[in-house]
Design a binder for this molecule. Sequence first.
Ligand SMILES: Cc1ncc(COP(=O)(O)O)c(C=O)c1O
Length: 447
Amino acid sequence: MNYIEEDQKYIWHPAQQMKDAEVFPPVFIDYANGPFLYDENGKEYIDIISSWWCNLLGHCHPEINEALKKQVDALEHVIFANFTHKPAIELCQELATLVPKGLTKFNFCDNGSSSVECALKMSFQYQHQKGETQRHLFMCLSESYHGETIGALSVGSMDLYAQLFKPMMMENIHFDGLDCYRCSYGKIRDTCDCECFESAEKAFETYGHETVAVIVEPILQGAAGMRIYPPEYLRRLRALADQYGVLLIDDEIAAGFGRTGTMFAIEHAGVCPDILCTSKGLTGGYLPMAIVCTTEEIYNAFYDDYGTHKAFVHSHTYAGNPLAASVATAVIKILKRDKILEQAQHTADYLTEKLNEALGHHTHVGEIRHIGLVHAIELVKDKQTKDAFPAEQRIGWHIFRKAMDRGLVLRPIGDVIYFNPPLNIDKDTLDKAIVLCKAAVEDVLGG
Ligand SMILES: Cc1ncc(COP(=O)(O)O)c(C=O)c1O
């Protein structure tokens, strides 16, 4: 069977122009192992982007596979309203040891966007049940991304995803800042005083009393191009939110589970959010699951007699799925037992050094920024002015194609190419990936 022909007959793939498949058909992946994917001819590709940032410990990890196989013979799924099971309970016991202190209650969803929807509704209902009925707005940061359902788009700021749908979206407050590479105050990420925070202060002055919650991607704005910003910004946001009675929603869907070097990225700032959303790495990239973690205070605002109608009436069919929960527990146990985060930090230091040696001096590499194992290379037309390439040149996309020819999955975000590998990737594989990445960049932009 010609699988590609059959694919094109039936399948509408996510987040791509399907016409591109005429020149760059989908790559048929047959099997996978660790950081490697293999096509039907056995050609190997290094999955340096962890398959959309979710594959945490490599593909087809034997222990995770085993946990899944064991669970599937016991209980594959059960309604989670009025029912419970061991995989979910065990997962919460483990998760409680990892999340910032203060987060003790866990509400299950089945993907990142749905957990953001859940967090928005939970915070809105909480404020109302506390009598704060004037609060109807949400705040978010420029170039933020929280998923692609309508509610999640409404608290995102990326026109690429949201522009067309604005008539369908909620009015929210977006404030500026966080493009540390092109800082409009002329400051440098590591030494600035978060001058851009004044935009948040102005927004709170005007809208703080009408605002339910502010939502933020902590430290790392992934979809914006792996933008990295100082923890001080989060400390100030926590303090400002407290001052105005606004809840802080911490979207750790991309940044959580060790991606930035700490278990959750907000730990860099040493503050606790009111609500934390986690997904992606939670199940090691195996199965769709998300969890909204929150405080006793929020939970208690919903806890009352049936007739008060204070219950949180929000559900997803696959909430708490036992297969996903057993896999997530296996992931956490491996993270703890093998001290994966410590290992990953050594690997990250190595990657920083080697990537800078390989590409730091390239004429079109504007910045190599990194946090944890996440390393992003921003490609620019002019290094001095930081001017971007014209979008229609699709530089990142051409590099992606060249890298695929060479055996590296380097799917870009515009002209930002990045490494966001499994946390247990070894140095030899990274060395290989760096060589392939450099070659693909040079294929398109010269030496
Ligand atoms: C920060 C952040 N929030 C939310 C989402 C949405 O998650 P999902 O794609 O599972 O709906 C993503 C996905 O990349 C994300 O990076």
